[in-house]
Design a protein around this ligand. Structure first.
Ligand SMILES: [Zn+2]
Length: 693
């Protein structure tokens, strides 16, 4: 899935990586799993804040600096944030709104069991720090005893299935998704996983930072084991064995770039074929233990990984597997336990993201409630925060962008009629999900209790696992929402051919119904264009109007597309992020195509909206200039160096400066708006320009 946001290196990186690997693209906003902070002011209205400008530098050479330079010089990243920028300010604002929504619910609801009651009690059990401290490791003891009592492969298998149902991810992921070639059918999927570091490459890189990270990681595993009751004398050795096991899993794992090819992760097979792939491992028992013994067809995303896993199963002592499960389970639970666990978990994530403080409890608890009971809390949130009128206005904006893309497709010179027709059919089939769902999720089957918070997290994970499990074999529900309403992010899903813009991102300064067209199109318009373009990026273009992986391109058009995409790859390969680390143009290709295309579409939609209206100056800037300024300020962001280094290795999005400067350098409209000389840094000659959409 493609999102506009980024992934964080926080508490459970394996799950984050798996989501990204599914091919659903989000906007690239940091996940807020571990954050807090002073909002440094409420979001500014009207899109553009002149106090951010640094007009001492030339707009045509350093536009990111021109639009944000003064702010960048003075900003302090809050101690619990890995980065700080416009998205974070909106997120902080949303947290305050979410707390107000929660506080508006009666504390002693006369009807226990209602969704509102569950939200209140889930949050309250998270906030109970006194209980968490006095409980210590007690909430995880029963499961650790189960792991201790495993005596052979069948017991190991049953425990892996159990942990998966609890949302803990040892070894691999089992999940449901639409069949890539028959998107109306939900099928079972198996995907690589089981790593505690953010990506497979962390286990192999030879540079000194990577070596130190591995060293710190092994020590962190050992200390976590000690917290669970393993004697200090043996914890170090166990940690080494766990690291060896994870390294073997990493070795068999596909890289991020390899996983971006949807054909490379499509291997649909029968249960019998799967069994042949993994001698010694019983999928019949696993599916039975998980709760769906009838599963007969599975998409195995990385067959080689599963073969390697089966081999490891036969060759690794059972004691090592037990250590590994103990570690994986404790690491997953750590953020929800006493401060000893929480601090140990934080110390590791801070190595990867540079944060210096743990986020305040109320913010972590709100974020957990949003993750686990998102549509119950979200319903209360949107009733207070988002009007049907604002939803209608946002929909109009989306439709304006779609109209522009429709025209763009009909005039695109490099595409043949045959391919053009299919592309237009795909655009016409787009489904728009705006602000919040029409139908809210039913949480009746979820039990929330006043007790240890970890038990409630488990119950919520099991509820979700069961909900997902029941989908397998049934028709795809195209109305389900992939994000909760307060999420400050957006998404295109190639399997469903739909775009999602939650209420959380439809807020000032990105979207302000009171603001001028130029700043709205530069900010939220470019985000809308970005998600739409994902339908036609290097991955998205391989899916048709119904979301099926099917080649609808003539060979000549496909070849022209790839030629143009290669220019995009090359441009971003040259963009330096930190030290000597450049962006990886292949890893970020889909997002970069979406950024370049989205900005062009938004610009054309703005010009259309302004037709027949006077092009008035505001603060001395033309609408065209304000469009680009709003875009650059939307991506205002300061990163901690450790976080910047992590992102360049695992993120499929480019860093913020290049999300601004590389797309605009491909737009003659930018050079025209700021009267740039042909020799300016951000002006590319026609022959070097990247343009697909
Ligand atoms: Zn994206």
């Amino acid at each position: 899935m493609q999102m506009i946001g980024r992934r964080s290196a926080a508490s459970r990186p394996q799950i984050l990586v798996a989501l990204a690997a599914l091919g659903v693209a989000a906007l690239g906003v940091p996940l807020r799993t571990n954050a807090q902070g002073d909002p440094q002011g409420a979001p500014a209205r009207h899109g553009i804040n002149p106090a951010y400008f640094d007009t001492t530098c030339a707009a045509c050479n350093q536009f990111y600096q021109y639009a944000n330079g003064t702010w960048l010089k003075t900003v302090t990243i809050p101690p619990d944030y890995a980065e700080w920028g416009a998205f974070d300010v909106i997120y902080e604002h949303s947290l305050v709104a979410l707390r107000a929504a929660l506080d508006s619910l009666p504390r002693s609801n006369p009807q226990p069991g209602t969704p509102e009651w569950k939200v209140v009690h889930f949050y309250a059990s998270c906030m109970d720090s006194t209980r968490a401290e006095s409980d210590g490791s007690a909430p995880i003891k029963p499961e650790l005893s189960r792991i201790d009592s495993i005596t052979g492969a069948p017991g190991l298998l049953a425990e892996i299935a159990r942990l998966h149902r609890m949302g803990v991810g040892p070894v691999f992921f089992f999940f449901t998704a639409p069949d890539a070639k028959h998107s109306n059918d939900e099928i079972a999927n198996l995907g690589q996983g089981g790593l505690g570091l953010p990506d497979r490459d962390y286990y192999f890189r030879a540079d000194s930072v990577a070596e130190r990270t591995r060293h710190v990681y092994v020590a962190h595993i050992a200390r976590t084991l000690v917290l669970t009751g393993v004697p200090a004398a043996t914890a170090g050795r166990e940690a080494q064995r766990i690291m060896a096991l994870e390294t073997a899993l990493a070795k068999a794992s596909m890289t991020i770039v390899e996983q971006r090819d949807p054909k490379a992760v499509y291997h649909k097979m029968t249960a019998a074929q799967l069994a042949t792939l993994t001698p010694g491992w019983s999928w019949t028992a696993y599916f039975r233990d998980y709760g769906r013994p009838d599963i007969a067809t599975i998409n195995v995303r990385q067959p080689k990984f599963f073969t390697a896993f089966a081999h490891l199963l036969r060759t690794t002592p059972i004691a090592d597997w037990k250590s590994y499960l103990r570690w994986q389970y404790a690491a997953a639970a750590a953020p929800f336990l006493s401060s000893a666990f929480l601090t140990e978990n934080f110390n590791m994530s801070s190595v990867l993201d540079g944060t210096t403080e743990i986020r305040p409890r109320w913010k972590r608890c709100l974020s957990q409630t949003d993750q686990q009971l998102g549509e119950a809390l979200g319903k209360v949130y949107v009733a207070r925060e988002f009007s049907p009128e604002a939803k209608a206005k946002a929909l109009t904006l989306v439709q304006n962008l779609e109209a522009v893309l429709h025209d763009d497709l009909s005039t695109l010179a490099w595409m043949s009629e045959a391919t053009r027709k299919q592309a237009q059919a795909k655009l016409d089939a787009f489904v728009n999900k705006i602000a919040y769902p029409d139908h809210w999720r039913d949480y009746t089957a979820l039990t929330v209790e006043d007790g240890a918070f970890w038990n409630n997290v488990n119950a919520a994970s099991e509820f979700e696992a069961h909900r997902q499990l029941m989908k397998i074999g049934g028709p795809t529900d195209r109305t389900e929402w992939p994000m909760t309403p307060p999420t400050v992010n957006a998404q295109y899903n190639p399997f469903l051919n739909d775009i999602t813009f939650p209420a959380g991102i439809l807020q000032p300064p990105f979207f302000d119904p009171e603001a001028d067209d130029a700043s709205n199109y530069g900010a939220i318009g470019s985000i809308i264009g970005h998600e739409m373009t994902h339908g036609f990026d290097d991955e998205g273009r391989q899916f048709d109007a119904q979301g099926n992986l099917r080649d609808w391109w003539t060979p000549a058009d496909a070849s022209e597309y790839n030629k143009r995409a290669a220019i995009v790859v090359d441009q971003y390969n040259h963009d330096l992020v930190i030290d000597t680390l450049h962006l990886n143009g292949q890893q970020t290709l889909g997002e970069n195509i979406a950024d370049i295309g989205g900005l062009r579409l938004a610009y054309a939609a703005m010009e259309r909206a302004l037709q027949g209206h006077p092009h008035a100056l505001i603060d001395g800037f033309t609408p065209e200039q304000r469009f680009f300024l709003a875009y650059a300020q939307e991506w205002s962001e300061a990163d901690r160096p450790a976080y910047a280094r992590t992102l360049v290795q695992i993120d499929v999005h480019s860093s913020s400066r290049w999300r601004v400067e590389t797309p605009i350098s491909n737009m003659p409209e930018f050079a025209q708006a700021f009267h740039c000389q042909a020799t300016a840094t951000l002006v590319r000659p026609d022959s070097a320009r990247a343009q697909i959409w």
